[in-house]
Design a binder for this molecule. Structure first.
Ligand code: ZN
Length: 256
């Protein structure tokens, strides 16, 4: 029996337009506080973590990763909102899980809000698309301090890859080359998709549209995500979606 638990690792205070390119300019500059979350998947083959969330360095400094923007840019810049208890190690501890109890970490991609605590899992195997690893390495917007750490063991994969029985990574590029989503087959809930930043919100999936490095690829990925979920958007867990988050079960409650 596979069990899926979702928990918050902080939030991003960001402009609405960052996630929704269809908005009028006046609405696009409004701010929204959207969750950042990770998942624990308990399987008979071991514990899997999907994305490692924000590093707790942001608790005291919302701009710890990229620096404080100049005052005239602050209105457009992303700001991290994080409490001590949001740190993934603390969240897992509250579920009775230690970092060494995690066998596999899947990173959707290596942005700092999805790979911020990779360093906390020195004994895990990290499953990342080979194309993404090659793309992210050395790029300032994928700060290596959080993930490009000598002692970590990366398993570069290519294409759809089974991680455990009923758990599979599926490439969903567009947000970044080699971005991937995680598909989990649950006994009661059916097949669910953890999208990572292939879809920030449910509306991205509904409209088949998002902001992305490559918008055509991103659209194809959104179509694929709908197909994987058999059109049932209640089984699609998007990355930074305040409205949807409020409707989901949060750990210690789970999906089975
Ligand atoms: Zn993100």
């Amino acid at each position: 029996m596979i069990e899926l638990l979702l928990f918050r690792t902080g939030a991003v205070d960001i402009t609405r337009g960052a996630f929704a390119p269809w908005l009028d300019a006046s609405v696009a500059i409004e701010r929204v506080v959207a969750p950042v979350w990770s998942a624990l998947i308990r399987t008979p083959e071991g514990n899997i973590v999907f994305d490692t969330g924000l590093h707790p360095v942001h608790v005291s400094n919302p701009y710890a990763t990229f620096g404080k923007p100049p005052p005239d840019r602050e209105g457009l810049a992303m700001r991290i909102v994080m409490k001590e208890e949001d740190a993934i190690v603390a969240r897992l501890a509250s579920l009775g899980v230690k970092p060494d109890d995690v066998a596999i970490v899947v990173n959707s991609h290596l942005h700092f809000d999805h790979a911020g605590n990779n360093g906390a899992f020195p004994h895990a195997t990290f499953v990342v698309q080979a194309e993404h690893l090659a793309f992210a390495r050395g790029k300032p917007n994928f700060p290596g301090v959080y993930w490009d750490i000598a002692e970590l063991r990366y398993l570069p994969v290519t294409g759809r890859t089974r991680v455990a029985t009923g758990v599979e990574v599926v490439p969903t590029p567009g947000h970044a080359p080699g971005h991937q989503s995680l598909v989990v087959d649950l006994a009661e809930s059916g097949r669910v998709v953890l999208t990572g930043d292939a879809a920030f919100t449910r509306e991205n999936v509904v409209r088949r549209q998002t902001t992305a490095m490559d918008e055509d690829e991103a659209r194809e990925s959104l179509v694929l995500i709908r197909t994987l979920a058999n059109g049932d958007l209640t089984r699609v867990f998007t990355s930074h979606d305040a409205d949807s988050w409020a409707t989901w079960r949060h750990a210690p409650a789970s999906y089975r």
